[in-house]
Design a binder for this molecule. Structure first.
Ligand code: NAP
Ligand code: MG
Length: 499
């Protein structure tokens, strides 16, 4: 940590960062089996932030054995739903109490604004734990009125049980480290599973602080295990024969590797993958609201959002005025480190992401795109990129087709008479979409035609814990949040009794 960063964090965060951060396995903080550690960096400066025990296959195996024992032998499996409910609710309360610490730690490790990491990421994570705490007591099977045509005259009592899947591996990315972990942990635990969480190598810290909360809340050993490491640790978890399910959020490329790795024991897999989401602005939209909303669509979290609305389609009659307004708003965004309370746009998470995003910018500009604003790295320290609005783009450009995961939008005009849906749907992805119009009928008709798991009308990033979230096409398998997640962390047993 630099001197400035050190002054702006709480004593709790300073203490947390001192000393090597250990793996959390079977209710204890332990070194990696190899004794190795890795470094996590502050993306605002590129400087060393903390040393973290380096989890590898042997540590994943230890954690899986602990989770298996906790699942098979208890006390977790035999606990009453209302006992699980109380424990999970307590995690939500402790997160709320420590929201400022979590916000600062996330800001240091990921680069995002501490204020947002506290008020959005942590507050929402707490909400997710409370929402799923309530689900623990509401997971039900049903009775089935069977006909049993081959047993005429018999009497039967048939019903279903919803049971946990078992040992779940949860693999999360670096863009919303605490929040993505919470989206998986809370429903998995509410349904009675035991888990191994593998955070991203770039951002392992809030997951480890969360492990302290699970410990404090009183979860039995082995129910929650946290093993930071690299891709090989995720691969070991995905291939492990004693893991019953993998829930993954990250790139489509790694999602496909997970599907391959899961073949061995045909473990269940849910995937929340990449996107290249269309955001469609019709000429009759509320202009100012659409400008602000469109900016939020591609710039929130520095563009490091799977749902980022990075293909901005604007009806041709307002295209020029609208894109100028978006570019002007983007050029005024205050860039800086996440711990500075005036910062609106922080750094990208790593040198790798900086290289990737500036590489896309170079390719796009070489292809013939024009930057209305931005187009470059910002400053010489840290991994900052200027908010960039690209116009004069063609559908075949990589900046239009591929997920950039940085503060870059490609804007394209459309003619209302030609329809916009074909262009909007012309992507391998189908995660989210935005629509801006005052015409109710047009809004709903367009929403029906879009191939996307979430459609937001006259807003963007309109998430809620109770709303299912996930992808069409190559954006994923299954849904997170809402009751949908409970379905995917449980399996159904059919019981039929001859009376
Ligand atoms: P990623 O490689 O997909 O990382 C996601 C998680 O998977 C991390 O915990 C990662 O560990 C782990 N992992 C890596 N290789 C694995 C393997 N073979 N088996 C199992 N787990 C594995 O994403 P990234 O490399 O950090 O980012 C690359 C691009 O992915 C981004 O530029 C962006 O386009 C996309 N992305 C999408 C999302 C999303 O929310 N949809 C989130 C992040 C990134 P390590 O961190 O240790 O590699
Ligand atoms: Mg990675």
């Amino acid at each position: 940590m630099t001197g400035v960063a050190e002054q702006s964090v709480s004593a709790k965060v300073r203490d947390f960062l001192a000393g090597t951060k250990l793996l959390y396995i079977d209710g204890r903080f332990v070194d990696a089996a190899s004794g190795r550690t890795f470094v996590t960096y502050d993306p605002a400066t590129g400087e060393h932030l903390a040393d973290v025990a380096h989890g590898e296959a042997a540590d994943i195996d230890r954690a899986v054995r602990a989770a298996r024992r906790a699942f098979d032998e208890g006390p977790w499996a035999s606990m009453k739903p209302n006992e699980r409910e109380r424990l999970i609710w307590r995690v939500g309360d402790l997160l709320t109490e420590r929201a400022a610490d979590f916000g600062q730690l996330e800001a240091l490790d990921n680069g995002k604004s501490a204020a947002i990491a506290s008020a959005v990421d942590t507050a929402w994570a707490a909400d997710v734990f409370r929402y799923y705490a309530g689900w623990a007591t509401k997971i039900e099977g049903s009775t089935v009125n069977v006909s049993m045509p081959f047993a005429p005259g018999g009497q039967f009592h048939a019903y279903t049980l919803r049971e946990p899947v078992g040992v779940c591996g949860l693999i999360v990315p670096w863009n919303f480290p605490l929040l993505m972990a919470s989206w998986k942990l809370a429903p998995a635990l509410a349904a009675g599973n035991t888990v191994i969480l593998k955070p991203a190598e770039q951002t392992p810290l809030t997951a480890l602080m969360l492990a302290e909360i699970f410990e404090e809340a009183g979860f039995p050993p082995g129910v929650v295990n946290v093993v930071p490491g690299f891709g090989d640790a995720g691969a070991a978890l995905s291939a492990h024969e004693d893991v019953d399910k993998i829930a993954f959020t990250g790139s489509t490329e790694v999602g496909k590797k997970i599907v391959d790795a899961a073949r061995g024991n045909l473990k269940k897999v849910t995937l929340e993958l990449g996107g290249k989401s269309p955001n469609i602005v019709f000429a009759d939209a509320d202009f100012d609201a659409a400008v602000q909303g469109s900016l939020n669509a591609w710039l929130f979290n520095h563009g490091q959002c799977c749902v980022a609305g990075t293909r901005l389609y604007v009806e041709n009659t307002i295209f020029e005025r609208f894109t100028q307004a978006v570019a002007e708003a983007a050029s005024k965004v205050k860039i800086g480190p996440g711990l500075d309370p005036t910062t609106e746009l922080g750094p990208l998470v790593s040198q790798e992401q900086l290289d990737r995003v500036t590489g896309y910018l170079r390719d796009g500009l070489a292809d013939g795109a024009r930057a209305l604003t931005g187009g470059r790295r910002w400053g010489e320290t840290g991994y900052f990129v200027e908010p960039t609005v690209l116009v004069d783009v063609k559908p075949e450009f990589s900046v239009v087709r591929e997920e950039i995961f940085g503060p870059v939008v490609a804007a394209m005009p459309f003619d209302a008479d030609d329809g916009i849906v074909t262009a909007a749907n012309s992507s391998i992805y189908g995660l989210a979409a935005g629509i801006w119009t005052r015409d109710i009928s047009k809004a709903h008709c367009t929403a029906r035609l879009l191939k996307a798991g979430s459609v937001w009308i006259n807003q963007y990033n309109g998430f809620d814990t109770a709303m299912p979230f996930g992808g069409y096409k190559q954006s994923g398998w299954g849904r997170e949040l809402g009751g949908a997640a409970i379905d995917l962390y449980t399996q159904t047993k059919a019981v039929n009794v001859a009376l």
